[in-house]
Every structure is written in structure tokens, then in C-alpha cells.
Design a protein around this ligand. Structure first.
Ligand SMILES: [Zn+2]
Length: 501
């Protein structure tokens, strides 16, 4: 309860208990403190569609049953006009079920000790649940509105629910401000919002699966730990503002073209089947997963390996933990409820390509480079990639240049080329005087200089070396002139991409 102020109505004269219930005229006491015959007389004034004001009154199961019956036609659901339940205390479970509220409804500062059921209720007027509290004394209860229809303006400001707030399958026709909520779980699944909705929540988990946000949504999830929006429809500009530990676990099968994600953790988020990923805007501190660190051992032809440190999508970690031959260090970060069955390298190529484009458009060069690396890795693994590309071109490109992103590899490859080239030249490259096929062993250092000269296309005259090359030597010179500049170029490209960061 928020208010310590005295209520703005004439309160019950049954002062011994400090009752704040509104007086029922002419008895001077609240509904809960009427004598049986007075209560009967009071209830007789009610009829379906009548207004009601039982603010501040303590309502137990028996009294609620009598009240609902007073607003029922035979066989029909209860129907209220304007309904004021301000600071009303529902001591038992408040089962309103398919009640119709034809006028404005106020449950401001109401208390629902044992939870509430408004499933399939119809609210034709404005609805206010500001500062309502569901559950008390660590008693976990739910507030169930599943299937309710709200025709006018709805406000749930600063509502506390010890268990779940269930707004699934609801329909909201007009302005909606949901929050700030303090709930354990917030369920908006399959609800239909015809106007832009603002949700502010502190919750362990928020789900909005198959939810239709016709005009878009603004979700401020300052205190939310997990959030899933698979198959949601975002029909207008939408934003999710989180915090560094707010995990968005799924955006599957959702059109993300109008979505902004700010300050959220996407390390376990699935994007498979989502559309317009390249238009997704990422702002603030966005956390992605990382490749495993350290050295790994296994029964492979190179039994020791490590992973290049980079940002990855959860789907790649899941794919590698299940499909890859080198599983060591990888674990599936997805939450069990959100798991997809069909993981493939081809899907990952598309996902990474879209993310790369989004990061490039967002002027995030390091992010774009990481996703480009992921895209190339998945192309190397995808069965649909042509054999030559998959088995020769991409592995070589990966090995010698880290897809044009790792300058150290290109420099190592260049050094190895000079070392092997120089060594081979010194033994077999230079022809003995008067021979073409017979080699003369030459000093190693001079041969290295000669190899560097070849790479840089310089005509190096070294006194110790004969000018004639053997057939092997000619072949080697050709190789050095082709491969050397290629490695140099890759190193320069990688350094440039690093400097741009
Ligand atoms: Zn009273």
C-alpha cells in the first residue's frame, strides 16, 4: 500500500478495527461491517450494470460471491457500471472471471492477498491499477488477466505482484502504459496491442511470444533478467532498453527492421528466422558471446588448437557444441525453453552477414570485423559452399591471413616464405658455372636477401651468387614473386582494418 493519507471518502464508523471502508448509506458502516439484514438491503440496490463504490472495504470470498451475484442476471456474467475499488482489500482470491466492466474501473492501491483472476474480463472504460499489490507476507500469488479485453486507456503504474502477472491473449485497443511493474514473471504472450505500448518492468523474466505490437512497443527493462520476443510482430518503431545483465534470449521469427536494442546482453539470444536483421539498430553496451579461451586438446591431426577471440552469435556456439568435430570449450548458451532444433552453418552465414551489415551501418568496425570473421568461418563449414572454395580457397585464406583480419598470420606466412624460399634457393637454386641442372650451394644469408629481393621485385646483385638459376631456382623465384606480394598485401589489409578500429 502506498498511501498513508486518510481516504477521501466517509469511512466506516466501525472504528474499533480502524476500518477504512466507505460508508454504505444510511447504515454508516462499510459493506463488510453491516448486519446480515442490512447487507441484504444494501445488495438489493445493486443490479447488473449499476455503479459500485466499495473503496477501502475488506472483501472476503463470501462477500465477493454475494456482490458478483447481485450484479448478475440469471445465467449471465456479472456486469458493473463505474466500479471503484480504491484501496479495497481482497482477503481471498479475487475471482472476477468474465466480468463486464461497462464504465471506468479503479483498483488504485487495491490489495489482492491471494491473487486475482480477471481472465476473459471486458473493460469498456478506462482502467487504473496504480499501486495495486498482489500477494503479501511472501505469499506468492499470480495476477491473471489472460484473455481480458481492454477497450480504453489502461494504466498499471507501480504494480507489485509476488508471482506472475499474466497478460497473455489480452487485447488492448487504446493507450497503454504498463509499468512500472515489480513482478516475478511478466507474461505478454499472444496479446494484441493496437496502440503503442510502454512497458516498464522489474522482473525475473518477461515473455512476449507471438505478441502483436501493432504500433510498436517501448520496453524499459531496467530490472528484467531475461526477455524473449520470438514470433512477435513489431508493426511500428520499437525499442528495448535494458541493462548490461538483461539477457534477451530470443528474437526468432521476428521482423527486426524497426527495432532498437540498447544496453542488453545478446550472448544467448537466438535470431534464426528473424527478418530485416541488417536494419536492426544496436546502441549502448551490447554484449555478445565470445569464443572459448585457452588451448584445447583432442584426437585430431593437429591435436592442439585455440580459437581466435571474437564476438559470436549464440547459434554458432550451439552449432559448434553439437555439430563441430572440435567441441572442446564450446557450450550451448541458449535457454532450454528457447531452443531451436534446426541449426545449420548455412543459416549462420546469413545471420552473420546481416549482423555485419548492421554493424557497418552503425560505424562499429570491430563488431563488423568479428561478424565478417564468423561469416567466413561458417562459409568454410557450410556444405553448400562450392568444394574448391570450402576445401582450398577459404582454408588457405583463413590459414595465412585470418580472412584478411589477422595481420600476424600474414606476417608469419611471409616470414615462412622467405625462410623456406631462401633455404631452398641456397641449396638447389643457383646453378654451378656452365651448368643449368647442377646446383651450387650458396651462403644462406645471401640467399635470404635474394628471396626478399624477389618478393619486392628488386634486381638484387649479390657478388657471392651466380646470376644463373637452376630450373628449381627459376620456379622458386616465380613462386616468391607471386606469393610474397600477396602476403604483404594481406598483412597491409589486416593492419589497415585494425588501425580503423
Ligand atoms: Zn468497516
Amino acid at each position: 500500500m502506498r498511501s498513508d493519507t486518510f481516504p477521501a471518502w466517509a469511512i466506516c464508523s466501525h472504528q474499533a478495527e480502524g476500518c477504512l471502508g466507505i460508508q454504505i448509506e444510511p447504515f454508516g458502516r462499510c459493506l463488510a461491517h453491516l448486519e446480515p439484514e442490512e447487507l441484504e438491503a444494501a445488495l438489493e440496490r445493486y443490479h447488473p450494470g449499476a455503479d459500485i463504490d466499495i473503496s477501502g472495504t475488506r472483501i472476503d470470498a463470501r462477500l465477493l460471491g454475494m456482490l458478483l451475484a447481485a450484479f448478475c442476471e440469471k445465467g449471465e456474467d456479472p456486469t458493473f457500471g463505474d466500479a471503484r475499488f480504491r484501496q479495497t482489500h481482497f482477503a481471498s482470491i479475487a475471482k472476477f472471471g468474465a466480468t463486464k466492466f461497462l464504465g471506468d474501473v479503479y483498483f488504485v492501491e487495491a490489495r489482492f492477498d491471494r491473487g486475482a483472476r480477471f481472465g476473459a474480463a471486458l473493460f469498456q472504460g478506462n482502467v487504473r491499477f496504480g499501486h495495486a499489490q498482489f500477494g503479501r507476507d511472501n505469499y506468492v500469488v499470480d495476477a491473471r488477466f489472460g484473455g481480458a479485453h481492454f477497450c480504453r486507456d489502461v494504466r498499471f503504474g507501480d504494480v507489485k505482484v509476488s508471482g506472475s502477472l499474466i497478460l497473455s491473449h489480452c487485447q488492448f485497443d487504446q493507450g497503454i502504459h504498463l509499468g512500472s511493474f515489480h513482478v516475478r514473471d511478466l507474461n505478454l504472450d499472444e496479446a494484441h496491442y493496437n496502440a503503442h505500448v510502454v512497458v516498464e518492468a522489474t522482473a525475473r523474466r518477461l515473455t512476449a511470444r507471438k505478441t502483436v505490437f501493432q504500433e510498436g512497443a517501448t520496453l524499459r527493462l531496467d530490472g528484467v533478467e531475461q526477455c524473449a520476443l520470438d514470433q512477435a510482430v513489431l508493426g511500428g518503431p520499437s525499442a528495448i532498453f535494458g541493462h548490461p545483465r538483461c539477457k534477451v534470449t530470443s528474437l526468432r521469427d521476428t521482423d527486426l527492421g524497426q527495432l532498437v536494442l540498447a544496453d542488453v546482453d545478446l550472448s544467448s539470444c537466438q535470431f534464426s528466422g528473424s527478418h530485416s536483421l541488417d536494419k536492426l539498430r544496436l546502441e549502448g553496451r551490447i554484449k555478445f558471446g565470445r569464443t572459448p579461451s585457452g588451448l584445447h586438446l583432442g584426437m585430431h591431426w593437429i591435436p592442439i588448437w585455440w580459437w581466435t577471440r571474437r564476438q559470436i552469435l549464440a547459434e554458432e556456439a550451439a552449432w559448434r557444441s553439437q555439430m563441430s568435430r572440435k567441441k572442446a570449450g564450446w557450450c550451448d548458451p541458449r535457454h532450454s525453453a528457447d531452443k531451436l532444433v534446426d541449426l545449420s552453418a548455412e543459416r549462420l552465414v546469413t545471420l552473420y552477414r546481416s549482423f555485419r551489415k548492421a554493424r557497418e551501418d552503425g560505424k562499429d568496425e570491430p563488431g563488423a570485423a568479428d561478424f565478417y570473421y564468423g561469416e567466413m568461418e561458417m562459409r568454410r563449414k557450410a556444405n553448400s559452399t562450392p568444394w574448391v572454395e570450402r576445401r582450398i580457397v577459404l582454408p588457405l585464406y583463413w590459414l595465412v591471413a585470418g580472412y584478411g583480419l589477422r595481420s600476424s598470420r600474414a606476417l608469419v606466412a611471409l616470414t615462412a616464405l622467405i625462410a623456406v624460399g631462401g633455404l631452398t634457393l641456397s641449396r638447389y637454386g643457383f646453378a654451378a658455372k656452365g651448368h643449368v641442372y647442377t646446383a651450387d650451394v650458396k651462403p644462406l644469408w645471401d640467399s635470404f636477401l635474394y628471396a626478399v629481393g624477389c618478393i619486392l621485385s628488386l634486381d638484387v646483385k649479390i657478388n657471392n651468387l651466380s646470376e644463373n638459376l637452376t630450373r628449381w631456382g627459376q620456379g622458386l623465384r616465380f613462386l616468391l614473386r607471386i606469393a610474397g606480394p600477396l602476403f604483404l598485401g594481406m598483412a597491409a589489409l589486416a593492419i589497415r582494418s585494425r588501425v580503423k578500429r
